[in-house]
Design a protein around this ligand. Structure first.
Ligand code: NAD
Length: 968
């Protein structure tokens, strides 16, 4: 192996070698190159290719030496400068790692491997299926592949040397399956259903494999799918039909901290089932993704931080596998010579026949190591992806990353010329690199509340139990809370479960005008004293509320499920956001509570302080039933104001729960008062009251404008200009560019349009698709929408539930009917036949004219208007043609178009290449302008200033010409 030539992959000669060498030297070039490679297969004209090439790798974008630029030009001929040639160069590059789609070509390559004594496993490229028809197609491709290879493989006798194991011949036909591609609706809350659907598509594959005597391996993908993959494996191979075959195995990733426990469990399972399985031990290919996602979600990082830890774990697990050679067959997937040598040494020590296990390596990589493994008489299997380039791009980029990483064995050996000593070092002896200090924080300590990881069984059980417990306690009367005392009323309004209108969640007291006045007087009386409580003590109250919410998390989620019809994950996100508001505003107030020096000048102090505004009313909507009311209430209160909270008529019980938690946290009487009742009477009365100082409103444009107007009128006896914090609706748009990653765009658009039945102010309701993609994208979008699971929110895995109320249902259904006259009804989903529930079938209109009502007005339901644009400029001007400016988004892989939307798309929150809902406190301060609101950003640092007035204090420090040292 030492004597072997540098593999072509790492040769500095030629197009690929030159690119990889530079990629290793320059991170920026690497990023730009890989992004270009990623988009390339979707580009259809040479003009488009040239444009993207310039946008990513033009002289202004990356600095590469003139020599490299020349080298690249020479390597690819003049075509480097013109679009078409580069595509075939990159296709050639991809073909080094994948087998393509042509059956003849596939057979030829596998035959060649056979002649080289190398066994194979084939995997069908493609990881993202966005709809059930796509999952069907994917399963069918496995069946076709089995048929094709079954015919060919049976002709080859004797079996290739690598398929001759110590226990006899092994199946020559070996396929690797990715389970995520067999079901499009995997949802963390409902693994059971996912296993059922995956099993349905697996059975025909396993049956065919059994007939053909083929081996089936389950590949391992992201961590989120790991337990599901293990569960699917155990479930299906416990079925009597598959108890005797086909031969099967699964991959385990040594970079996962859980891998030891998983391996032990699988070995135990094999032992109790009395069934030999193969475990393919790999290191893991999604390290960056797992690390980034865990950080984003504040979840424990599931992978080891250091590569050396993974290598060491691989060695430990290898040993364990070999020790259990009587129960499991081992396949060691590695290109690392040290890891291979370690396996061989353990095998020798344990007396395991070297042909009892195999090494697996990727097609197109590590040729010299493969030859060496064969030369020493070991078995070798190549992992061969087959399929189209487009779905293969994720795979290609993973290979390119691996070949250019600082840590890969191959890159270290061949590209960096690392010596034997370094390459073969015991990973346990490699010192951990110095830890990088966390980036300095913006002046306060705040961390977002993690979302619940429902892939954990215990969390799912907690939620089910909370719903059951709540159901036993429904139907109570919820009085008003004034001056920390319960106040009953003459009238009570039932709050109904949107999924079952005969289920009363609770009865909300209906305040009279007199009671609203009483609440106002209580708040007025309490305010001066509350304002004198130190800012950090007020902040502590908020933190107590956050702690109580954490304590009651599952119960609060359950309440959202039953009162607001939020599904588990949406409810959990809302409660987490409420907790974030408490903690974040507490942190911001601690900072604002300190006077700030305005300018340093000798002999005088100048500082800015903040004073509370006084008494306010909090008027909240139902769609984020806890988070929004909590955000507005806590911001006002921590700033030293007192408030009257008026939750929505649709979710009064959740609103009341917030006020109860405030009281439990120890807020003094009168600081937070609860008034439930009709917004149009008690709400309007309070808004117009001369003794009110501010209004924090979130809701519809219709009501918001009334409040804006009413608050602007100054009444006799009024002492303050009323401040209105006003957040209203949206008609939010996403542009899908012609080079967009459609897998991501479909998923993001579906989640944005239909998450919580489209009842989010941030929801996608106008989708503008560039002509080139229009039909293809619309078809995939419809298929994806059609695959969504519709059902009551309490059922885990329900994505679409009922809308909030009977009124909302009737209103939206009427809009859909009118919409049919304005645009083409492209698709309408079906909903459960349940007259007691408020379902609205999710609906997609296509070719929607920009002048139509559907395109212009907020519907606030599961209705999506899709419009075609001939080019990007037209798309952008359609997007901006709206009275609203709340959220917006764009899926594009053109750096110039991305720059254009960043500069010109009119909205308060813009999201690029992701869905447009789900703003996170502090990370994405949320709110719009124009008819979407007053430009205040909830969850942002400046939000509290809405509830404060600034005051500057200047003090002359000179007394008889003497100034104290610190003030001079
Ligand atoms: P809504 O406007 O009907 O009601 C909001 C609140 O106002 C309720 O508490 C209601 O009782 C009260 N109200 C109604 N009439 C009133 C009046 N005349 N005077 C005082 N109060 C009155 O809105 P909704 O249906 O609860 O919520 C959905 C709307 O909220 C959508 O338009 C959505 O886009 C918007 N929204 C905006 C944001 C944002 O941050 N911009 C967030 C969530 C919801």
């Amino acid at each position: 192996m030492e004597a072997a030539e540098t593999p072509a992959l790492f040769s500095k000669k030629g197009f690929y070698g030159a690119l990889m060498e530079w990629a290793m030297r320059d991170e920026r070039f690497k990023t730009q190159l890989f992004r270009f490679v990623d988009v390339l297969p979707t580009l259809t004209s040479s003009q488009e290719i040239t444009r993207h090439l310039n946008e990513y790798l033009g002289e202004e974008q990356v600095q590469i030496s003139a020599a490299l630029r020349l080298g690249l030009k020479a390597a690819s001929g003049a075509s480097w400068l013109f679009g078409g040639g580069i595509k075939s160069q990159v296709t050639g590059m991809a073909r080094q790692f994948m087998l393509g789609n042509d059956p003849k070509e596939i057979i030829e390559i596998l035959l060649k491997l056979h002649k080289q004594d190398t066994a194979f496993t084939v995997d069908v490229l493609g990881e993202a299926v966005v709809s059930e028809p796509e999952a069907d197609q994917y399963a069918q491709r496995y069946l076709d592949l089995l048929d094709l290879l079954g015919r060919e493989v049976s002709k080859r006798q004797p079996p290739c040397k690598s398929n001759q194991g110590s226990r006899g011949p092994l199946p020559a036909l070996n396929v690797s399956v990715k389970l995520s591609a067999l079901y499009s609706q995997v949802h963390p809350t409902d693994p059971k259903t996912a296993v059922r659907h995956i099993s349905q598509r697996l059975r025909p594959i396993l049956r065919r494999a059994k007939e053909l005597g083929a081996f089936v391996n389950f590949d391992m993908e992201s961590y989120a799918l790991k337990d599901l993959t293990l569960e699917s494996f155990r479930t299906i191979f416990e079925e009597s039909e598959f108890a005797e075959g086909p031969l099967c195995g699964l991959a385990l990733q040594a970079y996962l901290r859980d891998s030891k426990a998983d391996l032990h469990r699988m070995v135990d399972w094999a032992r109790t089932q009395n069934r030999r399985i193969t475990v393919r031990l790999v290191k893991g290919a999604y390290w960056d993704y797992e690390t980034v996602m865990a950080h984003q979600r504040h979840w424990p990082v599931p992978v080891f931080a250091e590569k050396a830890q993974t290598d060491a774990n691989f060695e430990k697990l290898s040993q364990f596998l070999l020790e259990n050679d009587r129960v499991v067959d081992s396949a060691f997937g590695t290109h690392n010579v040290r890891s291979i040598a370690n396996v061989l040494a353990h095998a020798e020590r344990l007396g395991v026949n070297p042909r009892a296990f195999e090494f697996q390596m990727l097609y197109g990589m590590a040729d010299s190591i493969k030859s060496a493994v064969l030369q020493i008489g070991c078995r070798l299997r190549e992992y061969c992806p087959v399929g189209e380039l487009l779905p293969g791009m994720a795979y290609l980029v993973r290979r390119l990353l691996e070949n250019t990483s600082n840590e890969g064995f191959l890159a270290n050996k061949y590209a960096k010329g690392a010596g034997r000593e370094e390459l073969l070092k015991n990973p346990l002896e490699i010192p951990a690199p110095p830890s990088v200090p966390a980036p300095a924080h913006a002046g306060h300590e705040f961390q977002n509340e993690p979302l619940t990881d429902f892939t954990i069984t215990k969390e799912r059980e907690r939620m089910t139990q909370a719903i059951t417990a709540l159901r036993d306690d429904l139907g109570r009367r919820q009085p008003l809370l004034i001056n920390n005392k319960a106040v009953t009323t003459a009238e009570w309004l039932p709050s109904l479960n949107p999924a079952n209108q005969s289920e009363v969640v609770g009865y909300a007291a209906q305040a009279s005008i007199t009671q609203a006045e009483e609440a106002l007087s209580a708040a007025r009386a309490a305010q001066p004293k509350w304002a004198r409580v130190a800012a950090h003590d007020r902040a502590e109250f908020l933190e107590k509320i956050a702690t109580l919410m954490r304590r009651d998390k599952a119960g609060l989620c359950a309440l959202e499920v039953l009162e607001a019809g939020k599904n588990w994950t949406e409810a959990d996100a809302d409660v987490a956001e409420a907790i974030d508001f408490c903690d974040f505003y507490a942190a911001v107030m601690r900072d604002l509570g300190q006077p700030k020096l305005t300018q340093k000048v000798a002999g005088e102090t100048n500082s800015q302080h903040w004073l509370p505004r006084g008494v306010g009313v909090i008027i909240a909507p139902w769609n984020f039933p806890l988070a929004i009311v909590t955000g507005m209430t806590t911001a006002a209160v921590v700033a030293g104001n007192t408030v009257i909270v008026k939750p929505s008529d649709q979710t009064p019980i959740i609103g009341a729960r917030l006020v109860s938690l405030c009281l439990e946290a120890g807020l003094p009487p009168g600081v937070v008062n609860l008034i439930t009742g009709p917004g149009s009477t008690v709400g309007a009365h309070l808004v117009g009251h001369p003794r009110l100082d501010f209004i924090a409103f979130t809701g519809s444009k219709e009501v918001g404008l009334k409040i804006w107007e009413s608050a602007g009128r100054t009444l006799p006896g009024q002492r303050d200009l009323k401040k209105v914090v006003c957040e209203m609706g949206g008609k939010n748009c996403i542009i899908v560019d012609s080079d967009a990653d459609l897998d991501e765009a479909v998923v993001g658009c579906i989640a944005s349009a239909f998450g919580y039945q489209g009842q989010k102010c941030s929801a996608l309701s106008r989708l503008i698709v560039l002509e080139d993609n229009y039909d293809k994208f619309l078809n995939r979008l419809i298929a994806a929408a059609d695959s969504l699971r519709v059902g009551p929110a309490e059922l885990p895995g329900s994505i679409i539930g009922p809308v909030i109320s009977r009124d909302a249902q009737q209103r939206i259904l009427a809009i859909i009917e009118t919409g049919k006259k304005e645009a083409k009804l492209a698709w309408q989903g079906s909903v459960p036949d349940n007259a007691n529930a408020c379902y609205v079938p999710p609906t997609i209109f296509a070719d929607v004219p920009a002048s139509s009502w559907l395109f212009r007005e907020e519907i606030f339901g599961p209705v999506l208007a899709v419009t075609r644009a001939k080019d990007f400029d037209e798309a952008l001007s359609l997007a901006n043609d709206s009275d609203f400016a709340l959220t917006g988004g764009c899926y594009s892989r053109s750096p110039e178009n991305i720059a254009l939307v960043k500069a010109e798309m009119v909205c308060g929150n813009l999201y690029i290449n992701r869905g447009i809902t789900g703003a996170v406190v502090e990370r994405q301060p949320f709110g719009g302008f124009k008819m979407s609101g007053g430009g205040t950003k909830a969850g942002g640092r400046e939000y509290l200033e809405n509830f404060l007035v600034p005051r500057v204090i200047t003090e002359n420090c000179l007394r008889r010409g003497f100034a104290p040292a610190e003030e001079s």
